[in-house]
Design a binder for this molecule. Sequence first.
Ligand code: F6P
Length: 564
Amino acid sequence: MSMSATIDQRPAWRALQSHAEEMRNVHLRELFAEQPGRFAHFQRQAAGLALDLSKQRWRPKTFELLLDLAREAEVPRAIEDLLSGERVNRSEDRPALHTALRLPADASLVVDGEDLVPGVHRSLARMTTMVEKFHAGQWRGTTGQPIRDVVNLGVGGSDLGPLMVTHALADYRPAGAYEINVHFASTMDGSQLADYLSRFNPETTLFVLSSKSFTTIDTLSNAQTARDWLLSRLGDAERELAVEVDRDLVMRQHFIGVSASPKKMAEWGIAEANQLEFWDWVGGRYSLWGAIGLPIALVIGMEGFRELLAGAHDMDRHFREAPLEDNLPVLLALAGIWNVNFLDIRAHSILPYDGRLEYFSSYLEQLEMESNGKSVTHDGQDASYSTCPVLWGQLGPNAQHAFYQLLHQGTQAVECDFIAPLRRYDDVTDAATRTHLMNQHRLTLANCFAQSRVLMLGDDAIDEPGERPSHKRYRGNQPSTTLLLDRLTPRTLGALIALYEHKVFVQATIWDINPFDQWGVELGKQIAGETERILASHQGIETMDDSTRGLIEALWRTEEAKGS
Ligand code: F6P
């Protein structure tokens, strides 16, 4: 925002502050009592998603004031800037154009004199060729066997999106395709990879190196281990046939690279034909929509992948066209702003009631906290207000047996997002199993609706509360949003993810921060590199603080004892 007064000095913010004083001691049960038809008033739908915001601790007046805030922060203009390719990532002086990745082929988006859409669709066409080859059983390893296990080596945005979506959409495998099992190894300690290497057949295993920068040590360490494993194990396999292992062949048949740096991929040894490139105007945590989504396409096929893109595009259009008061991402963002900045609720839990969304909260942890975990505004000033809340989550039914105790009776106020599909299992062919599973789904929805109700009403959710000891009391008044999908499909999942992406952008706009950089992760990488040099060389420990010295010496003593 190019405005002199910071957002918290502006009239709309001030009006919300004084309104928050009136609202601070108002319980959600009173809000429901005073407003018949509250659900209809605060419910909105778009792109196959329905958002119930009636359990937020707000009144229609709050809602109006928040919309004023959005207008004052020039949210509509910011949306236009984002979608039209303005350089909204100001610290890195580039656009953030993940939305371009889901534009249809007949669209056009000209940025700096170049239409980006043909390049996007060329990249999708390259992915299509690759995916079809795998699904025809024609992508073969060096010994001629079809590749069956594909391991994605990547971390952060090069892991979490594909991991989340492949799990969520595993039911959507294309019929008749040669089945490819997709796996993910992200951790730098090699523990996930070591497990795969101990079980997989190198002749039928391929690695996808996913790294926008192609410099991430976590991914490169795993990649090096994987390459050595293949070269030595395929060497063994081929020696039986008295043939020397052909390194180039191994690289061509067993490695694909996905990166914004073709040069670095080539230096690492990725064959040119196996390089999928994307652009620096796609942020890592916003990148599942293009080549980084290859593992997704390997599971659901390109048709399914294009449906995912279409769903996200539905949401992009809604975001651009819907008025603020009906705009799902804007409303989700405003609910968050109201909680964080005016009700002092700085914890946010994501609670899907569908096992297929197991990784959705981890995905959102990166999307929200790496994007908006910032304290400096666009002009380099310290923000004088809170920004991103601490966000975490777990499958709702499992979390009920873990941390819901804190939600119900702890001292923290927490905003919750409940997410569930209405329809599930109605396509299971075996009738008896279908009935059982549909009943399980109904049970799950009952739990979802019950939990948000108890969090809202507390003891008042019980018909006849009566006298109860204090340890059995529920105070309620925890705000929540419920997000219902008609059905979890590639299309609705695309819309759901885009909804959260745009929510993050709207909040960043109001907070006047850049959601598209992540400078806060750099220092840790640098210091880890220096620390590793000290660990290996045994030199420079005197520059360390006392605690770190103690830890390093503990490691050295262990190494000496083992004689390593
Ligand atoms: O360290 C943070 C980060 O840069 C994330 O933003 C990114 O998604 C992840 O690391 C992986 O980066 P890359 O895709 O360049 O390997």
